[in-house]
Design a protein around this ligand. Sequence first.
Ligand code: ADP
Ligand code: MG
Length: 321
Amino acid sequence: MMNRNGMVTKIRTRIRTDPFKNNYDLVGRELGRGKFAVVKKCVEKTTGKEHAAKFLRKRRKGQDCRGDILNEIAVLESAEANPYVVGLHEVYETTSEIILVLECAAGGEIFNQCVADNDEAFTEKDVIRLARQILMGVSCLHQNNIVHLDLKPQNILLTSAQPLGDIRIVDFGLSRRVDSVSEVREILGTPEYVAPEILDYEPISTATDMWSIGVLTYVMLTGESPFLGEEKQETFLNISQVNVDYSQDVFQGISDLAVNFIQSLLIKNPRKRSTVEQCLNHSWLRLDSLHQTVDTCLEEQEASQSESEPESPVPSPELLI
Ligand code: ADP
Ligand code: MG
């Protein structure tokens, strides 16, 4: 069942009304929080298994948001078979809250490594593997006509941080179903990651997520947010003008193929942007399957650069991935 703005509200999961605390112990500190939710680690008493409990307030700014939460649950249910979407275990409801008991992604947000210092930051090889997983997860969603609409480093988690595990996509609070009959135009995600069509109040499509994946990949590789300005207005202007810095300063030691991949996504016209399937077939993500490592690719790139510009300084080896 779906209403006009793409929200799905029919769910399969039985909502439990017995107290959550009868069945779970809260352990450790908070795992994270967003605008309307707090997420805490918990242990199921009968199994001893760890989970993440997302506590969602039903009333926000004086409005009943139960429908939004049911939509989030419905999307999680529809992605049950998707290995890169966080698993939903149980749902509880109290008078003021709904609690989603989720698979625990113990490695935390990829955000932490995106902004980390060099020795903890992702290498290009890491990013290739993680980007592939993000794309495979998003491909499953798009095949089911679901758009996430809030893809950003805070909503991409890791099963473990060290050693670097696999990704889990979380936070389907803004997700919508898109199809030919309904035109979704509302929703505003996080300023830095929203696509130009959202700012222009144009229809949302699967291409809207692809823009965010472009921004996400840029941040994972460079540690910098491509559109972030001093103020929101400046950020929005940078987005609508697609004002992106692809210079060597920012992309030092990163392959040309990676830059080309990002450029195929940060395109203003949603119809001209790469689709998720095109991304999965991009040479950057196929480097391994071509039995060519990123290192050799970078070496070749540098060799050709130093041939053409003998004066240009060659980055020192420790700067290379
Ligand atoms: P919001 O809709 O409020 O942004 P999220 O679902 O994004 O809520 O959760 C907020 C934060 O809690 C996430 O950014 C992440 O740090 C943490 N978190 C959410 N789900 C999990 C999970 N399954 N395992 C571990 N941490 C989680
Ligand atoms: Mg979030």
